[in-house]
Ligand binder design. Structure first.
Ligand SMILES: Cc1cc2nc3c(=O)[nH]c(=O)nc-3n(C[C@H](O)[C@H](O)[C@H](O)COP(=O)(O)OP(=O)(O)OC[C@H]3O[C@@H](n4cnc5c(N)ncnc54)[C@H](O)[C@@H]3O)c2cc1C
Length: 452
């Protein structure tokens, strides 16, 4: 069968993209290296265990299924409304997990594979692809553990620096949960830099207690295959820095120099004094709703991060859009490299989908696969593509990846309400989540009615 679209990678994103295209009558070749039995190996990743399509590499949870109050639950619902194969398979494989959607991973993968294998115009080929194809349309959905030869080929097409090989994740905080009566906005030395920072001040006792918390805190162990990956200086975990000496952090990411704290102003020092140490947050999205903790990449366990970071003055009630982490990961600087339709600007016959675009998580990866499939179907039919509204989970995530995120500090991102345009300020705080989801469902409905 000659194909019209070549999808590389049969994980979360590639499987969903294949479904969306083949269901619309497009002839698809889906290349998946696992199961290829290549001489000398090279047909699996360091995290996958089997050969099934859409294998979940770690937890079996798609996180919250609450589509009234939770952004990932909303994304589930939007994907269901877009006839998502992965959401249908998850329903079949569902296991009890309270308000979360958790699945039996074997049943899930088998359901995906069975549904795809039943489509006559879809060919599943067990093969590893080592270079970006010269002609398209192609969807590359090879994930965070893209095989090395293809990763190199992508690096060649995007510029060697454009492909990140090590993923250092600093936590991200919702702006409206930061106490600005304690923190203040400033750039170091008050220089007219284009980006201002939110500064959280610490005195000597607070700093010492915080450093001790980092030293004592429970860390996530490196996986065997990650242990050989050296730290890059620029993304050393804060707890490793804390181990190096009492003041290492104060000379690193917590440097207070040049930061007058106006909350400590006195007649003698009307501009305020430098605190003993500072935690800085930098704007992470264009809307200004998300702020990342600068230099705070960490392997502390998630519960430990929440507990410890809430001891930072001004962050006592911090709500985290994402917590820190550090693992090897391949992703593109999508805001720079991809256009609004996920196409590589320098080679528009190639689209990217899934975690390699810089979304994070099973559901997010699948949702970007879904969108890549729909975009490609439109392109083949010669129909102009209208993206899902920015107020929907699909639209907000897509906009973030394809240009709205700050390219300089771009890091993998889960879906969360901070990516959405804010709802009317008159909506009471405790009713805001419902306001986001109600608006999203209404707008998605209109988008779907317009014909996708
Ligand atoms: C170790 C680890 C643990 C994670 N744990 C979680 C978690 O618990 N929960 C969560 O929500 N997210 C987790 N993630 C993040 C992410 O959601 C998953 O990696 C997700 O599977 C990404 O979906 P994807 O479709 O982009 O990539 P994948 O699902 O990884 O699919 C990519 C596919 O491409 C294939 N492939 C790679 N290179 C080639 C090639 N050259 N030719 C042909 N095929 C190729 C791979 O075999 C794979 O099947 C984890 C990531 C990693 C690395």
């Amino acid at each position: 069968m000659t194909h019209q679209v070549h999808i590389i990678g049969g994980g979360m994103a590639g499987s969903e993209a294949a479904w969306q295209l083949a269901r619309r009558g497009v002839r698809v070749r889906l290349s998946e290296m696992r199961g290829a039995n290549l001489p000398g190996g090279g047909d699996t990743t360091a995290a996958h265990q089997g050969t099934g399509l859409a294998e979940l590499v770690c937890s079996n949870s798609f996180r919250s299924d609450d589509h009234e109050k939770n952004a990932v639950g909303l994304l589930h619902e939007e994907m269901r409304r877009c006839d998502s194969l992965l959401m249908a398979a998850a329903e079949k494989a569902r296991v009890p997990a309270g308000s979360a959607l958790a699945v039996d991973r074997e049943v899930f993968s088998a359901a995906v594979e069975q549904a795809l294998a039943a489509l006559p115009n879809l060919e599943i080929v067990r093969e590893r692809v080592d270079a970006l194809p010269a002609q398209g349309p192609v969807i590359v959905a090879t994930g965070p553990l893209t095989a090395p030869a293809l990763a190199e080929s992508i690096g060649g097409a995007t510029g060697a620096d454009a492909l990140a090989f090590f993923d250092a994740i600093a936590p991200i905080v919702h702006r409206d949960s930061i106490d600005m009566d304690v923190c203040w906005m400033a750039s170091r030395w008050d220089r007219g830099e284009t980006k201002d920072y939110i500064n959280c001040p610490m005195n000597r006792e607070q700093y010492r207690a915080f450093r001790q918390g980092l030293l004592d805190g429970e860390k996530t162990a490196f996986k065997e295959w990650e242990a050989n990956t050296p730290y890059f200086d620029g993304c050393m975990p804060i707890e490793v820095m804390a181990e190096r000496g009492e003041d290492t952090l104060r000379f690193g990411p917590m440097k207070p120099v040049g930061l007058d704290n106006p909350h400590s102003a006195t007649p003698e020092f009307p501009r305020g004094r430098w605190p003993y140490a500072v935690v800085q947050l930098r704007q992470d999205n264009k809307l200004g709703t998300l702020w990342n903790m600068v230099g705070f990449q960490t392997k502390l366990k998630h519960a430990e991060q929440v507990r410890l970071f809430r001891t930072i003055p001004g962050l006592e009630n911090a709500e985290f859009a994402r917590l820190g982490g550090l693992h090897r990961n391949t992703f593109l600087n999508s805001p720079t490299l991809l256009d609004r339709e996920l196409r590589l600007k320098s080679r528009p016959h190639i689209r990217f989908a899934g975690q390699i675009t810089g979304c994070e998580g099973y559901v997010e990866s699948a949702s970007v696969g879904l969108l890549a499939g729909l975009m490609t179907a439109h392109e083949l039919a010669g129909r102009p593509w209208t993206p899902p509204p920015r107020t929907t989970a699909l639209g907000a995530l897509l906009a973030h990846i394809t240009g709205d995120a700050e390219a300089e500090s771009y890091q993998p991102m889960n879906v969360n309400f901070g990516l959405f345009p804010p709802v009317d300020a008159s909506v009471k705080k405790k009713e805001r989540k419902e306001a986001y989801t109600a608006r999203a469902k209404r707008d998605l409905g209109e988008w779907l009615l317009a014909g996708v």
